[in-house]
Structures are given as structure tokens and as C-alpha cells.
Design a protein around this ligand. Structure first.
Ligand SMILES: *Cc1c(COP(=O)(O)O)cnc(C)c1O
Length: 426
């Protein structure tokens, strides 16, 4: 039998760092990534035959549980009719109709193949529709890996950001302002400094890429009204939270409506799909109707769309989110209790089927506060949990995800693992 270590060593020979997306490499927690052989329901199995309760959920998509029989059947049925045509299909209309029905501000939607493409295209569209160049993003929010979004905060609050990746010229990010999440004053100051130049704000309305950090009361409302006042567009990047934090994403929870929304993850049900959509008058700036160019060979791929459609059908059945949220709440309440019993400094939060675990007294509200939490404690906890058969995200800066298959038995098993793991930390 092969081992995870043997696979990792071999992978490193032909794949940079042995992985096709960096966080999978366990660099922040240390150790050897588990190479997954199969997954079903709430569980996945590695190449050594170890079984894990899965809280990665493919970083969000696996909301109905892995290898859901109805999704698998839809994919098989679509695949048998051909993998890709490069011409339009009826299924794409069904997915667009479903998204526009479920997400109120979305009148038109364009499908792409990843979240990165969705956000990159939405930004281009916002710039094209407003004839402005500058954009605002927030520190710790992740919007995929396109050049102008790989930016970290500059030295001062209102200076433009610096590239957060080698290979991104400073000139490419000189229009990107990076501000503090949940700090409305900095946004107001940015608009006052550049009243006619800001095309859009892009924000994860609940951030899920610096652990889970929710917008404070008033923050999203404030962004909405500043955008209206200065003629900028508000983009909610709901690639992670869309159909994950709730049946209508964060815009459904808060009632704050963006002009554009970006989606991914859940809407592909585990296959590569992204989307961006919004008000028709804005979306009509996109080619072939308008002058903003965007295209994709595999956009609206029939097999991906079949997986997404079936997933959306399942999650819109009665009681789906009530059940998911109830399980989530049980788990989070249990974790907080176990930490308390063991005397470990710990807090936790959740929204629908996503959660955050923090080795801090209080739930953090921005990137600086997450960074100040005890990362070493997280890393130890991660490995104790893994040894007890629970696979969390391998970084204290990531959110976690449950699925409809995380039933009482799975949650109980998780809490037992947590009890043992917290005790080892104490
Ligand atoms: C995952 C994610 C992206 C990028 O999506 P990919 O499919 O990985 O390109 C963008 N924005 C947010 C909020 C995400 O969580």
C-alpha cells in the first residue's frame, strides 16, 4: 500500500510543492497532506485507508455531502450526452433562471469556470460601466488570484496597496485601495479623497478567507450608502457565502443589496463553475451586448451545470438550511463547551453551514485580530483532530464547512475528538 508521505514525495517531483493550490500543502500547520482516495457523505478516505470526518467540504462546494447519489446521477447523465459543445445549452438557461429567482438583485448572470474568473470579470465590468479605474478591497478578503486583487495593505490607511505576490507589477495594483474590514470610516475617507475615481467596492460580506469574520452591524449598510452617494458599484463576492451562509447568501441574511454579485463553489456542486451577475443595465455592458470583453471556452460547461443545477435543487428543498444550521449550531456550541471544560482560550462563530474557530477570547472582527490569535494553538489542535479522524482546514486563516450529511452521530464523533484534542492543549 502506498502512503501519504510517498505520494507527497512523488507529487513534489512533478507538481510545484506537490499540490495544485497552495493551502493544500499543510505549510502553515506543518506535516504531510492527506491524499484523498474517495469521499462519501460527511467522510473522506486517504490513500492509506484512514477515514476522516470532512470539514473542508472542498472549501465550500460539498454542501449536500460528498458523492450525493442524485448529483452523481445528474453528472453521469450529462456526461453521457457529451462533455462540452462550445455552443449554448438549455441547462445554462435553467441555472441562470434559478440564480436570478433566488438572488433578488441579480437580473442577468454570466457563467464562468472559477471564482477567480467571476471576480476578475465583475471588476472589469464595474470599471467599464462606471468609466472609473480605482477599486476598494479589504485586507484579509480573498477574491481569487487575478493581478489587481493580489494586494496587501500599504503602510498608511489611505495609500494604495502593494502586490502580495511576486510577478504582479506595482503599476497593476496602483488602482487598488486596501482598507480595513469593518472600518467604515476608512471607506468614507477613501471616497472623500477620490470622489470621482472609485469604480467599485468588492467585499466578502461575511469574510471566509481570513477564518470566518462577519460584517459588523452597519458596515454593509454603510458601504451601500457610500457607493450610492459617490456613484460607485457595490460588489458582494459571495463565491464562498452564496448558498452557504444561507439560502440567499449574505445579501439574503442582511437585506443589503449589492449591484453585482459573484458566485462559485456551491453553484458548481463540486464541479468548476463560477458566475457573476447583477442589475441588467450593468450586465448589458458585457460582450456581445457591450464593450466589456469576457469569454470562456468551457464557460457553462454542461457537466458542471448539471452538477450545479442538481445541487441547487437539493438545497432549495424544504427545511434544508434549518437542518444544516441546527447541526452547525450543535457543533459550535459543543466545541465552545469542550474548550471551556479543558480551560483553553477559544471562541467560535458560524453562519449557515460555515464556521470559524479562533484561539482568542473573543470572535475577531478584522484581519489584525485574527492574526493576533494563537496560531500555534490552532496548528496543534489541527493535528490532534486529524489524529482523531477529523480533517479541518489546514490553516487558522480559513473557514470550515459542514454538509447535510453531518448528522448527530458525525457531530458527536467530532466533539469527542475535540474533547481529547483540547485536553492535550490545556
Ligand atoms: C474561493 C473564492 C474565490 C476564488 O474562487 P476560485 O474558484 O478558487 O477561483 C473568490 N472569492 C471568494 C470569496 C472565495 O472564497
Amino acid at each position: 500500500m502506498t502512503t501519504n508521505q510517498a505520494l507527497f514525495d512523488r507529487a513534489c517531483l512533478t507538481i510545484p510543492g506537490g499540490v495544485n493550490s497552495p493551502v493544500r500543502a499543510f505549510k502553515s500547520v506543518g506535516g504531510t497532506p492527506r491524499f484523498i482516495a474517495k469521499a462519501e457523505g460527511a467522510y473522506m478516505w486517504d490513500a492509506e485507508g484512514n477515514r476522516f470526518i470532512d470539514y473542508l467540504g472542498s472549501w465550500g462546494p460539498a454542501i449536500v455531502g460528498h458523492a450525493h447519489p442524485e448529483v452523481v446521477e445528474a453528472v453521469q447523465e450529462a456526461a453521457a450526452r457529451g462533455l462540452s459543445y462550445g455552443a449554448p445549452t438549455e441547462a445554462e438557461i435553467l441555472l441562470a433562471e434559478k440564480i436570478t429567482q433566488l438572488l433578488a438583485p441579480v437580473e442577468k448572470v454570466r457563467l464562468v469556470s472559477s471564482g477567480t474568473e467571476a471576480t476578475m470579470s465583475a471588476i472589469r465590468l464595474a470599471r467599464g460601466a462606471t468609466n472609473r479605474n480605482k477599486i476598494i478591497k479589504f485586507e484579509g478578503c480573498y477574491h481569487g488570484h487575478s493581478d489587481s486583487l493580489l494586494v496587501k495593505a500599504g503602510s498608511g490607511l489611505l495609500t494604495f496597496g502593494n502586490p502580495s505576490s511576486a510577478g504582479v507589477p506595482e503599476e497593476f495594483v496602483k488602482h487598488t485601495l486596501v482598507l480595513e474590514f469593518n472600518n467604515l470610516d476608512s471607506v468614507r475617507a477613501a471616497f472623500e479623497a477620490h470622489p470621482e475615481d472609485i469604480a467599485c467596492i468588492i467585499v466578502e460580506p461575511y469574510a471566509g478567507n481570513m477564518n470566518l469574520i462577519k460584517a459588523k452591524a452597519g458596515f454593509l449598510e454603510g458601504l451601500r450608502s457610500l457607493c450610492d452617494e459617490y456613484g460607485a458599484l457595490l460588489i458582494f463576492d459571495e463565491v464562498m457565502t452564496g448558498f452557504r451562509a444561507g439560502p440567499r447568501g449574505v445579501q439574503g441574511i442582511t437585506g443589503i443589496m449589492p449591484d453585482l454579485i459573484t458566485l462559485g463553489k456551491v453553484i458548481g456542486g463540486g464541479m468548476p463553475v463560477g458566475a457573476f451577475g447583477g442589475r441588467a443595465d450593468i450586465m448589458e455592458h458585457i460582450a456581445p451586448l457591450g464593450a466589456v470583453y469576457q469569454a470562456g471556452t468551457l464557460s457553462g460547461n454542461p457537466v458542471s451545470v448539471a452538477a450545479g443545477l442538481k445541487t441547487l435543487e437539493i438545497i432549495t428543498r424544504d427545511g434544508f438550511y434549518e437542518q444544516l444550521t441546527a447541526q452547525m449550531e450543535k457543533m459550535i456550541t459543543g466545541l465552545v463547551e469542550e474548550a471551556k471544560k479543558a480551560g483553553v482560550t477559544f471562541s467560535a462563530d458560524f453562519a449557515g453551514g460555515m464556521f470559524g474557530l479562533y484561539f482568542t477570547e473573543k470572535v475577531p472582527t478584522n484581519f489584525a485580530e485574527v492574526s493576533a490569535s494563537d496560531q500555534d494553538a490552532f496548528n496543534q489542535f489541527f493535528h490532534h483532530m486529524l489524529a482523531h479522524g477529523v480533517h479541518l482546514a489546514p490553516s487558522g486563516f480559513e473557514a470550515g464547512f459542514i454538509s447535510a450529511a453531518h448528522n448527530d452521530e458525525v457531530i458527536e464523533e467530532t466533539l469527542q475528538a475535540a474533547r481529547a484534542s483540547f485536553q492535550k492543549l490545556a
